[in-house]
Design a protein around this ligand. Structure first.
Ligand code: HEC
Length: 413
């Protein structure tokens, strides 16, 4: 909730380069004051150019090395400033107890490679693997889309036309264009990477204020997307530019992750309630599938080749599977426990992969539906909340490590 409320503000601060004091005043409510101590003024001056100090006071805290690693993803401190800033933060905001990453050994082997993206503090939200082998990301707070060639490490960032767009979700069409949702500026965008040209498709209804996750249907001709706060699902025809929106039957459903099943039907999860839902591609009638536990908050979705729906239950720390034909649900407690916050999830070769976003460091989790066995790995950078992941055409995984400003490639052997 806090993050959501802050996001537009953070973007505004990045682009207007507003003065620290006024940015504090313009935030929603006064942030808590930083405790007295040597280095306080420096932290106050350096850290509020992009966000308020409540990100610091509400964070889980770190030791000195942890603060050092985190800050390197946000700003460059000079050799004069760094010791005072790190000393102040480590003393006043030491590491709080967090659910620890639970490492479960197994027979699968992975190699995880990570790259820091060029714009510091850009918070890569969603990743995209394209058929040419590139890894794309949305630089949500830097207002760019980025492209990485994992073979050479070469990266390029593409600026958007509208400031503070809040680029969030990503998908690609067959012609090689990259499509994204502008979460803060209520449009769906298309980037032609050959020219850098961006085309915007504005939402026809102001209530559709925050387009969230886009996905092309199996024919590649219709773009479906969720609208989280606006509580809608939308359908965009790229040929005509026409957008149709449907409001959810459940108030506060907050449609979030979305994917097509094998029959070209969009399935999505409702992050505001305990429901999975689907939408008829022709009539746009919404069908809801309630999950058994009222506390469930499914955040992202994955689908196996048998059209079973897999979801990361963020609030309860479970991996779940819904059979949409029978409505039957089966759940497995995530290795990191009830507070582990499973988030980004995908399927590769009918194995389920996801990340626990609240254990420190974040984990990569593998679940084999046949044996019902888990295997887990630590994400080297810590992950910093892996909000989304996707499977490449050769069965590897791409991850966006938002809080540590990185994208990752997981090669599965
Ligand atoms: C260039 C912009 C920028 C600057 C300058 C900046 N940050 Fe951040 N910071 C970010 C962004 C972007 C996020 C991600 C916010 C989110 O995910 O909601 C973030 C998140 C954080 C978080 C939350 C992450 C966590 O793991 O708890 C903390 C703590 C933090 N910043 C501390 C600081 C401190 C301390 C400073 C000053 C030394 C600083 N930031 C300066 C951009 C910046």
């Amino acid at each position: 909730m806090l993050r959501r409320a802050l996001a537009p503000f953070v973007v505004a601060a990045l682009f207007c380069l507003v003065a620290p004091v006024s940015s504090q005043q313009r935030g929603r409510g006064a942030p808590p004051p930083l405790p007295e101590g040597s280095g306080r003024e420096l932290v106050q001056a350096k850290c509020v150019t992009c966000h308020q100090t409540n990100l610091i006071t509400n964070s889980g805290g770190y030791n000195r090395e942890g603060w050092d690693a985190l800050l390197k993803s946000m700003l460059n401190l000079s050799a004069d400033e760094a010791p005072a800033v790190l000393g102040y933060l480590a003393t006043n905001f030491p590491e709080k107890p967090r659910p620890a990453a639970v490492v479960i050994p197994g027979t699968a082997t992975v190699s995880i490679k990570e790259w820091m993206v060029p714009s510091l503090g850009s918070r890569p939200h969603d990743p995209l693997a394209t058929p040419d082998g590139a890894i794309w990301w949305t630089g949500m707070f830097a207002n760019v889309l980025g492209r990485l060639d994992p073979k050479t490490g070469a990266m390029k960032e593409f600026p958007l036309n509208t400031v503070q767009s809040g680029p969030h979700g990503l998908t690609n069409d067959r012609a090689g264009n990259i499509w994204f949702t502008a979460n803060s500026k209520a449009y769906v965008g298309k980037l032609d990477p050959r020219t850098g040209e961006v085309t915007e498709f504005a939402m026809p209804d102001p209530a559709a204020r925050d387009p969230h996750t886009p996905i092309f249907d199996k024919t590649g001709t219709i773009l479906w997307f969720t609208v989280q706060g606006g509580n809608m699902v939308g359908r965009l025809n790229p040929q005509t530019g026409e957008i149709k929106l449907v409001t959810m039957p459940t108030q506060g459903a907050r449609p979030y992750g979305i994917l097509m099943n094998s029959r070209n039907v969009p399935f999505f999860v409702d992050f505001g309630v305990n429901k999975v839902a689907s939408i008829d591609p022709n009539t746009m009638a919404v069908r809801e599938y309630p999950l058994p536990n009222a506390e469930s908050r499914p955040r992202r979705i994955a689908i196996t080749s048998d059209d079973m729906i897999w979801y990361s239950d963020y609030s309860r720390g479970y991996l779940g599977r819904l059979n949409p034909t029978t409505g039957e649900v089966k759940e497995w407690p995530s290795p990191g426990g009830p507070q582990s916050q499973p988030y980004g999830i995908t399927v590769s070769k009918d194995i389920v992969w996801y990340s626990e976003s609240a254990v420190r460091p974040n984990t990569l989790v593998r679940f084999d539906p046949k044996t019902e066995k888990f295997q887990t790995w630590i994400i080297p950078s810590g992950g910093g909340i892996v909000r989304h992941m996707m499977t490449t055409s050769d069965g590897n995984l791409v991850l966006a490590c938002s809080g540590v400003n990185r994208v990752a490639l997981v090669e599965i052997r």
